[in-house]
Design a protein around this ligand. Structure first.
Ligand code: NAP
Ligand code: MG
Length: 398
């Protein structure tokens, strides 16, 4: 069989632990037999990030800017435990945060829905997509430990040298403090990306913040979203027959659980981080959540929403064939290949990506699945497969 060709390389970003193990298997069994795979490879495994002083992470983000489409494996965000475990020279920031800061943009997370897998929230009939702002707030914050009494202020020194100050707190004892920021331009692109996504998918857009408490900070998010809606998207939304709806974050959370699903929920960075894991586990499994970063300049980075599945990796190291679900990792590849095909005008490549996704869905629908889906499957499967058996079953269909 002739393999499907590619014009432009994909930026391939390798990662850590169990997802790195599965990354290889997915390429070997599901991609290389069918595609003449062209990638520019960046090894973001923790050891290589440490060896390159994290330069490799910056290079991989620059490569995504250059080529337009990247696919990324999950990576460890190092902490002090990891520093010991991997004997690291430095504790670098989360690679995802570094990449997102370079590409800016919005992360869209959508659960993979399969008829046989019932969401825990039984009113949900259609997927809830999270649109997560990928810049700033607590992910780019300055923090300080306060070791005793004293005053903490925010000082803004303007370009002309004049100052604006506000007191954060008068500490009577020890404590902690944090300063975070966002940019109007970034919030505007976040809003635009969400409206464009909602219009393209013909689903309503919800946005929520805590602007009753954070009147200036969250208030600005609300104002900018509303301005972008009024000036750029009101008519387009009306034409597409979709609604834009703003509410408080706590009200949104309550409504989401009672909803039928089928909308885009735009979230600030932290809300999106947390709520996407809630949506993912309620919709099925963390392993069934896809994720794509869409930058305002139109570049795309696809990944799985879950982490490196650390505990499974330790069991794999001891020789166990774990039942780790590769679905979201496979969808990261299929998403990236489909987008590459679309941008390059190579429909064979996009067609392959669609067939790969169909193969995953039909395998699960036929009751062939990994352990994380077992309890959610109605009817339950005959047996639980390990990752290798599951990938072989997908390959057989493909
Ligand atoms: P995790 O890797 O997402 O795993 C948490 C738990 O969720 C697992 O222990 C497992 O539950 C379940 N799970 C997640 N993915 C699964 C899959 N594909 N198949 C089956 N079960 C799955 O999160 P973590 O353990 O908190 O983090 C591990 C490392 O990942 C950390 O170093 C963190 O920094 C990193 N991380 C990276 C990213 C990223 O690169 N995008 C995102 C999040 C975390 P059971 O153990 O019950 O089976
Ligand atoms: Mg998270």
């Amino acid at each position: 069989m002739a393999k499907i060709g590619m014009k432009t390389p994909l930026v391939e970003i390798d990662g850590d632990e169990m997802t790195r193990v599965l990354w290889e298997v997915i390429k070997e069994k599901l991609l290389l037999p069918f595609i003449d795979l062209k990638t520019e490879y960046y090894d973001l495994g923790l050891a290589n990030r440490d060896n390159t002083n994290d330069e490799i992470t910056v290079q991989s983000a620059e490569a995504i800017k250059k080529y337009g489409v990247g696919v990324k494996c999950a990576t460890i965000t190092a902490n002090s435990a990891r520093q010991k475990e991997y004997n690291l020279k430095h504790l670098h920031p989360s690679p995802n945060a570094t990449i997102r800061a370079i590409l800016d943009g919005t992360v869209f997370r959508k659960p993979i829905s399969v008829d046989r897998i019932k969401p825990s929230v039984n009113t949900w009939k259609a997927p809830i997509v999270i649109g997560r702002h990928a810049y700033g707030d607590v992910y780019k914050a300055a923090e300080m430990e306060i070791d005793g009494p004293g005053k903490v202020e925010l000082v803004y020194t303007k370009a002309d040298g004049t100052e604006q100050r506000v007191t954060v707190a008068d500490f009577k004892g020890s404590g902690i403090v944090q300063g975070m920021h966002n940019l109007d331009e970034s919030i505007k692109s976040f809003a635009r990306a969400c409206f464009l996504y909602a219009i393209a998918e013909k689903i309503p857009l919800w946005f929520a913040t805590k602007d009753t408490i954070s009147k200036t900070y969250d208030g600005r998010f609300k104002t900018i979203f509303n301005e972008i809606y009024e000036t750029e998207f009101k008519e387009k939304c009306a034409n597409a027959g979709i609604e834009y709806f703003y509410t408080l974050i706590d009200d949104a959370v309550a409504r989401v659980v009672k909803s039928e699903g089928g909308f885009l929920w735009a979230c600030k960075n932290y809300d999106g981080d947390v709520q996407s894991d809630m949506i993912a586990s309620a919709a099925g499994s963390l392993a069934m959540m896809t994720s794509v970063l869409v930058s305002p300049t139109g570049v795309f980075e696809y990944e799985a929403a879950h982490g490196t599945v650390q505990q499974h990796y330790y069991r794999w190291q001891k020789g166990e064939k774990t039942s780790t679900n590769p679905a979201a990792l496979i969808f990261a590849w299929s998403g990236a290949l489909a987008k590459r095909g679309e941008l390059d005008g190579t429909p064979d490549l996009s067609g392959f990506a669609k067939r790969l996704e169909d193969a995953v869905l039909s395998t699960i629908n036929d009751g062939i699945m990994t352990g994380d889906l077992f309890k959610l499957s109605d009817p339950p499967p005959q047996k639980i497969l390990n990752s290798w058996e599951f990938i072989d079953a997908i390959a057989a269909r493909l």
